[in-house]
Design a protein around this ligand. Structure first.
Ligand SMILES: [Zn+2]
Ligand SMILES: [Zn+2]
Length: 375
């Protein structure tokens, strides 16, 4: 990338001479006033003055004793002789500018340093927004306090609503539901991508069945977008260079969509049995050539849910808990448990917290070995 260096411009605040050169004119050629680096600005295209063979030595420094502008390679102020390593302050650089699509820069032109300083100072002491400044802060404080209070209250309510306490519950009954699912071994045909065949047995790709279809898109680089950027070097010059970023467009991605043939089990029927006792059974069925994996033959799958019904000791609240079949079978009507229930209204018990009170069932509590017994 080619990079070219040009003079920044500045205007003399004392005699009003405009478009002085940042690097060449360290003093106003008209009245002799020292350049104020804060008044530097980027020139328009017509006013650009190139700096040939620019040798960058560093950002200019301002002597903090006498305010004179010095080059970064001088160690003592050319005006008052102060040691710049201690009293030199690097000048503030202008923000970089990027040209728009037409290649034009935002025009800056002459700067009114006195006004800029005045505005900055006013902003610093808060002169302009004083009337709104204090209520603004009080407001912020109130908003924060309100938010904190809201969080605390919401948290408190949630804690109160969700708090649980252990309660004694009694088993009042059992219920169960069992489902037999009948699956038939069938042959099937389906279409899917070549790299993702369907699940099943004896899967085959039908010859000649694949077609090209769009599967998605991808981003591909399509040239690059370049803009001219100019950046302040801080020594009275600025540099212009091309900055390019890749440009992308989306492109369709094609893949093979194919026809597959194969065999698999498909659900053809299901039968549900249920009861409120402790003798669960499945619907007895006669299947087609059961146990043989051949088209037209059937197999069955078994599933069940087993629920115990509980109520609070005073009978005012009822709960149901799904359990494993073994646990469900081991529990008898009249067994007593403790269970964590929502304290606020005794609703929704936590079935995972069930613990036997009597130690009469497999859920019995094995806790509470007394400490100190072994010694
Ligand atoms: Zn002047
Ligand atoms: Zn000085």
């Amino acid at each position: 990338m080619s990079e070219r260096t040009y003079e920044m411009l500045w205007d003399c605040q004392y005699c009003g001479t405009k478009k002085l050169l940042g690097k060449t004119h360290r003093f106003c050629p008209n009245c002799g006033a020292a350049q104020d680096p804060r008044s530097r600005y980027y020139p328009s295209e017509e006013d650009k003055v190139a700096v040939e063979d620019h040798h960058f030595v560093g950002v200019d420094v301002t002597c903090s004793v006498c305010n004179t502008l010095n080059s970064a390679d001088s160690h003592f102020c050319q005006n008052c002789g102060a040691a710049l390593d201690e009293s030199g302050v690097a000048v503030t650089k202008l923000a970089s500018q990027t040209a728009n699509v037409m290649g034009e820069f935002e025009e800056m032109g002459s700067r009114d340093v006195v006004k800029e300083e005045f505005d900055a100072e006013m902003q610093r002491v808060g002169a302009a927004p004083r009337t709104t400044g204090l209520p603004q802060q009080a407001m912020d404080w109130r908003v924060i306090a309100f938010i904190v209070a809201a969080i605390v209250i919401c948290g408190g309510i949630a804690f109160y609503m969700l708090r649980t306490e252990a309660q004694t519950v009694v088993v009042t009954g059992h219920s169960w539901e069992r489902i037999v699912t009948v699956e038939e071994y069938v042959s099937f045909t389906t279409r899917s991508w070549r790299d993702s065949p369907p699940a099943g047995y004896n899967i085959d790709l039908r010859a000649g069945s694949c077609t090209r279809e769009q599967r998605g898109t991808r981003q591909v680089q399509d040239g690059e977008t370049c803009n001219t950027v100019r950046s302040d070097n801080g020594d009275g010059t600025f540099s212009e260079r091309e900055v390019c970023v890749p440009r992308y467009r989306s492109e369709p991605v094609y893949d093979d969509m194919c026809t597959w043939e194969g065999e698999r089990y498909e659900v053809v029927n299901s039968y549900t049995t249920s009861g409120n006792d402790i003798q669960p059974f499945f619907q007895p069925l006669t299947l087609q050539c059961e146990g043989i994996q051949r088209v037209g033959c059937e197999q069955q799958q078994f599933n069940g849910t087993y629920v115990i019904h509980l109520q609070s000791e005073d009978g005012s609240h009822r709960y149901t808990c799904p359990l494993s079949q073994a646990m469900w079978t081991a529990i008898a009507e009249g067994d007593r448990f403790t269970m964590h229930v929502r304290a606020v209204d005794n609703s929704s018990g936590d079935c995972g917290s069930l613990e036997a009170v009597d130690g009469s069932t497999s859920l019995s509590n094995t806790s509470s070995g007394k400490t100190g017994e072994t010694d």
